[in-house]
Design a protein around this ligand. Structure first.
Ligand code: DC
Length: 222
């Protein structure tokens, strides 16, 4: 094999993609790419600039000038560290509307493909298997029930000191986001026909990581 394989992981919000992606990348010595952070960064910029969510012209201009740097755990946009700012409920509530815009997706997909051009990457998002890395050697659709994902998000917000949000509210916002992400016209969230589905409700993080590492090793040792 001339270059290192690519692992593509898609799935809905809160299925554990981020945690699993980072652990798999660390285990295998690969780069990890959190493409949600890129959409969140654009949403943050749009909110900061006070642009209307449907002002595609202004948003297109903003995306084309945005410099997003993913440096390990940190996310830096136009020189500003937005690592924490892009994880607030405000950004989470707006990001789906931004992520469905064609002008935003075209630019970010181009950047993601450039980052992954050499392989050796674990990329997570919604359209990694279907659009961005359709030739990835390992393709995963990682999901969990809405209830389980809301519980995890609640714990996550607590751990980050971002306050107490009720399960009902989280379930509603997760379900809304699922609907927007899977109904949108361009690159909707869906399992690629050749992706392996992993339902993580009753699996530990380590079990999910093991499954993906084993799939990767199978491909590499072929
Ligand atoms: O994974 P996340 O929750 O950080 O993603 C934030 C938003 O970005 C979510 O609404 C879906 C969208 N997204 C997308 O449309 N395509 C991707 N490849 C990654 C995320």
């Amino acid at each position: 094999m001339s270059q290192l394989p690519t692992i593509a992981i898609d799935g809905p919000a809160g299925a554990g993609k981020s945690t699993v992606t980072k652990l798999v990348a660390a285990r295998l010595g690969l780069l990890f790419l959190d493409t949600g952070a890129m959409y969140r960064s654009i949403a943050w910029l749009v909110l900061e600039a006070n642009l209307a969510l449907d002002d595609e012209l202004k948003i297109a201009e903003l995306v084309s000038r945005a410099k997003i740097v993913l440096a390990g755990e940190r996310v830096v946009v136009n020189g500003i560290d937005v690592t924490e700012a892009i994880r607030t409920q405000t950004v989470s509530g707006k990001v789906s509307a931004i992520a469905k815009l064609g002008v935003v997706r075209a630019e970010l997909v181009k950047q993601q493909q450039a980052i992954g051009a050499q392989g050796g990457i674990v990329a997570e998002g919604r359209d990694m298997c279907t659009q961005v890395f359709p030739d990835a050697q390992v393709k995963i659709f990682l999901t969990a029930s809405v209830g389980e994902r809301a519980r995890r998000r609640q714990q996550d917000l607590r751990d980050r000191g971002q306050g107490e949000v009720s399960l009902a509210e989280l379930e509603q916002s997760i379900a809304e986001r699922d609907t927007i992400d899977s109904m949108r016209e361009i690159s909707p969230l869906k399992k690629a026909v050749d992706a392996v589905e992993i339902i993580s409700d009753n699996l530990s993080i380590e079990e999910v990581v093991e499954t993906i590492v084993a799939m990767y090793e199978h491909v590499v040792n072929k």
